[in-house]
Design a protein around this ligand. Structure first.
Ligand SMILES: O=c1[nH]cnc2c1ncn2[C@@H]1O[C@H](CO)[C@@H](O)[C@H]1O
Ligand SMILES: [Zn+2]
Length: 390
């Protein structure tokens, strides 16, 4: 890694790409309050925007994925009408653009937005219209962005084939992929094999939340049984990596006090197991979300988050927000945290950005256009000198 430093301004201005961001996990607190008043939802824990922001972050800090997911009841409650979905989607595109994101994939589960009479098609069309509105406003504000949607099916439910069919119906109208999310333990991805087989027959793209709250079996199933193009999180792939013959987790335990342990680690001491080697060899993208992982206890700290080891080992690592509201974060905040606590440089930010764009679900020529036309010139403008070995 180069020692090139990066300033807050470079972090904000550097073009960024976001592949893993939940639409229902990124609302502005004031919007939740406004929409709750509009639809008569009186279940909010706070009615002041700043206090509500803090409530989400603190409640999501539970250390458990199921409890983290409970906070979504409040955002989902206000995303049940066309107007609500339109506004949330529009603001999502505008907020990401203002943070320097140039391409994003925003995911949500249409089946969770039907409680006030919308149809699945109505949900997708409202979100798409909102995203187009947000893109137009962002461009007018001088921050062009492109946002496509990923349709998520909830892993505990039985709607995955229906949602997969919905994604195919809208594949040429703003929907670029499919995902499975929700509590991981007890709900292996193979429960949804029919949906994945259907999507593969349709030559479509999908990612699976795997290796977050549950370890290697879930990653293995997602790749080898389901055929996932990318892994949502995938952070537990380190369970298949040893350092001096000991599991990565044990090494982390022994180095908790050493903030530089990962950046200084001699990579000759590291060995990959067969699954980890497969993931790296096949360049399977990992949608990593450091702050979210701290909140659900999937990683111990930013300094010792596996993303820095995986980046150094040159897995196809991408950097993501997961839920900006629940983690009180943004792409710039995630990058600045890695800079401050794990030694990340402008090179690293550019590298994960290009990785993400290569791994996006839009067509190859469109990805290349963004890489060559926006990302590379954007970093060159910041004074970045491309390293000899990228
Ligand atoms: O980190 C996560 N792991 C698993 N599921 C999640 C995560 N974040 C959000 N969701 C789930 O995805 C749904 C659709 O966006 C959300 O409603 C939430 O239940
Ligand atoms: Zn997620």
């Amino acid at each position: 890694m180069s020692a090139e430093p990066m300033s807050d301004q470079q972090v904000r201005q550097g073009p960024k790409v976001l592949l893993h961001d939940h639409l229902d996990g990124g609302l502005r607190p004031q919007t939740i309050i406004d929409l709750a008043a509009d639809v008569g939802y009186d279940g909010l824990p706070e009615t002041d925007a700043e206090r509500l922001r803090t409530w989400f972050r603190d409640s999501a800090d539970s250390g458990s994925l199921p409890r983290y997911l409970e906070t979504f009841n409040h955002t989902l409650a206000v995303m049940q009408t066309r107007d609500g979905l339109f506004r949330v989607a529009s603001e999502c595109a505008q907020d990401l653009a203002a943070d320097g994101v140039v391409y994003a994939e925003s995911r949500y589960a249409p089946e969770q937005h039907l409680s006030r009479g919308l149809t699945l098609e109505g949900v997708v069309e409202a979100v798409n219209a909102g995203l187009r509105d947000g893109e137009a406003k962002a461009a007018a504000a001088g921050h062009p962005i492109r946002v496509t949607a990923l349709l998520t099916a909830m892993r505990h439910a039985a709607k995955s084939t229906e949602i997969a069919e919905l994604a195919i119906r809208y594949r040429d109208q703003g929907v670029s992929g499919f995902d499975i999310a929700g509590a991981e333990a007890g709900y292996p991805p193979t429960r949804h094999l029919d949906a994945f087989e259907y999507l593969r027959r349709e030559n479509f793209h999908f990612t699976i939340h795997a290796g977050e709250a549950f370890g290697l079996p879930s990653i293995w199933e997602a790749i080898q049984w389901c055929g996932a193009d990318r892994l949502g999180h995938g952070v537990r792939i380190v369970d298949d990596i040893t350092i001096d013959g000991s599991p990565f987790a044990d090494w982390v335990e022994g180095n908790k006090g050493d903030a530089d342990a990962l950046t200084a680690l001699d990579l000759d001491r590291v060995r990959l197991g067969r699954l980890a080697a497969y993931v790296r060899d096949k360049r399977i993208p990992l949608e990593m979300c450091p702050s979210s992982n701290l909140q659900t206890s999937a990683a111990p700290s930013i300094a010792l988050h596996p993303i820095t080891l995986l980046r150094r080992l040159r897995f196809r690592v991408t950097l993501n927000t997961d839920n900006r509201l629940m983690s009180d974060t943004s792409m710039s905040k995630e990058a600045a945290l890695l800079r401050d606590e794990a030694g990340w440089t402008l090179d690293d930010l550019r590298w994960v950005t290009i990785n993400a764009m290569k791994s996006a679900f839009i067509p190859f020529d469109e990805r290349l256009e963004i890489i060559d036309g926006i990302i590379k010139p954007g970093y060159a403008d910041l004074g970045h000198v491309a390293p000899a070995v990228p």
